[in-house]
Design a protein around this ligand. Structure first.
Ligand code: NAP
Ligand code: MG
Length: 399
């Protein structure tokens, strides 16, 4: 059989622990036997990041800017324990944070559905993708504990020497608490652009929700920026593709989501997205069935699994025990990247291959061949969960 040629390079970003073990298996058993592809390889193993003073992470992000499409394995974000474990020069920053900042991107998480795991919300038939604005609000706040009576104000002093503006927040007559938050027009716009880009790319409706009835300046600005971006750049495209941009209040959105079939992108403010993405992930099943894509408004895409390096399973693997770790989200990171590459290159056979690999993975699970995490929640239950390697082998033969 001749291999399918992938025309342009995909940026491959290798990672740590159990996901690194599965990453190699996926490439060796599910990709290289079928694809003739050139990869631009960056090894983000924690020791490599340490050796290069984290230059490798910056280089990987630059490569995604150059080639447009990246696929990333999970990586350790070091804490004190990891600094000791890997004898690190310093506590390097989260690679995902670095890459996200360099690409100016927004992260979208999307669940992979199989027939034998029913979502906790029984009306959900299609994935609900959550887009979380990852800048500002309560995550970059200023807080004060108020000890007793006094006046709390917000004050803005213009850099150009213009008139200072101030407003009373509260005249305290006893102890309390105070918080100041902010956001930036540029960041909100970039978030809006990433959301419209992804919804259009995947041909799904876009929902956006804030609380502008209560927050008439702050949340209202989010609504205005989204609405302006829609009118200016997407209205016609959405109409042609038969897609809807739907704005509603956050509480109305929550109520509707619980009764909807799914199959849309829900753009959320930072806090809403933090909370709702965990609710949606848990209601759909396993963390190992959740993919994640970083979309930059400049047209770069980076695909990965939403879960981490599965540390506990890795220690088991290292001590020679059999593991049962689910590679589905890692496989879908690759298929996401391949589909995008094929689309950009105009090579439908690459897109077709990626779709078949996705189907083979889903069919394998639906045929009752699954790892421990899925065996716990599937109906009917399989006789026994398969090992990490067996799962990939069965997908390969299915493929
Ligand atoms: P994790 O790797 O997501 O795993 C947490 C637990 O979820 C696992 O112990 C396992 O539960 C279950 N799980 C996750 N993925 C699974 C899979 N593919 N198959 C089966 N079960 C799966 O989170 P963590 O162990 O807290 O974090 C480990 C490291 O990952 C940390 O160093 C963190 O910095 C890093 N991390 C990286 C990323 C990223 O690169 N995107 C994201 C998050 C975390 P059971 O033990 O019950 O089987
Ligand atoms: Mg959260």
């Amino acid at each position: 059989m001749s291999k399918i040629k992938v025309k342009n390079r995909i940026v491959e970003i290798d990672g740590d622990e159990m996901t690194r073990i599965m990453w190699k298996m996926v490439k060796d058993k599910l990709l290289f036997p079928f694809l003739d592809m050139d990869l631009e390889y960056y090894d983000l193993h924690l020791s490599k990041r340490d050796q290069t003073d984290d230059r490798i992470t910056h280089d990987a992000a630059e490569a995604i800017k150059k080639y447009g499409v990246g696929v990333k394995c999970a990586t350790i974000t070091p804490d004190k324990g990891r600094v000791q474990e890997y004898n690190l020069k310093q506590m390097w920053k989260s690679p995902n944070g670095t890459i996200r900042a360099m690409l100016d991107g927004t992260v979208f998480r999307s669940p992979i559905l199989v027939k034998n795991v029913k979502p906790a919300v029984k009306t959900w038939e299609k994935p609900i993708i959550i887009g979380r604005h990852a800048y500002g609000d309560v995550y970059k706040n200023a807080e004060l504990a108020i000890p007793g009576p006094g006046k709390a104000e917000i004050v803005f002093t213009p850099a150009d020497g213009g008139e200072t503006r101030r407003m009373t927040v509260q005249d305290f007559d006893g102890p309390g608490i105070l918080q100041g938050i902010h956001n930036l027009d540029a960041s909100i716009l970039s978030f809006a652009q990433a959301c419209f880009t992804l919804a259009y790319d995947q041909k799904i409706d876009l929902w956006f929700s804030v609380k502008d009835t209560i927050s008439k300046t702050y949340d209202a600005r989010f609504r205005e920026i989204f609405s302006h971006e829609y009118e200016l750049n997407w209205k016609n495209k959405f109409k042609e593709a038969n897609l809807t941009y739907f704005f509603t209040l956050i509480d109305d959105a929550v109520a509707r989501v619980m009764k909807d079939k799914g199959g849309f992108l829900w753009a959320c403010k930072n806090y809403d997205g933090d909370v709702m993405s965990d609710m949606v992930a848990s209601a759909f099943g396993s963390l190992a069935m959740m993919t994640s894509v970083l979309v930059s408004p400049h047209g770069y895409f980076e695909y990965e699994a939403a879960h981490g390096t599965v540390q506990k399973h890795y220690y088991k693997h290292q001590s020679g025990e059999k593991t049962s770790t689910n590679s589905t989200a890692l496989i879908f990171a690759w298929t996401g990247g391949l589909k995008k590459r094929g689309e950009l290159d105009g090579t439908p056979e690459v897109v077709e291959f990626a779709k078949r690999l996705e189907e083979s993975t889903i069919k394998t699970i639906e045929n009752g061949i699954m790892t421990g995490d899925m065996a716990r929640i599937a109906e009917p239950k399989p006789k026994r969960p398969v090992s990490t390697e067996e799962f990939i082998d069965v997908i390969a033969s299915q493929l």
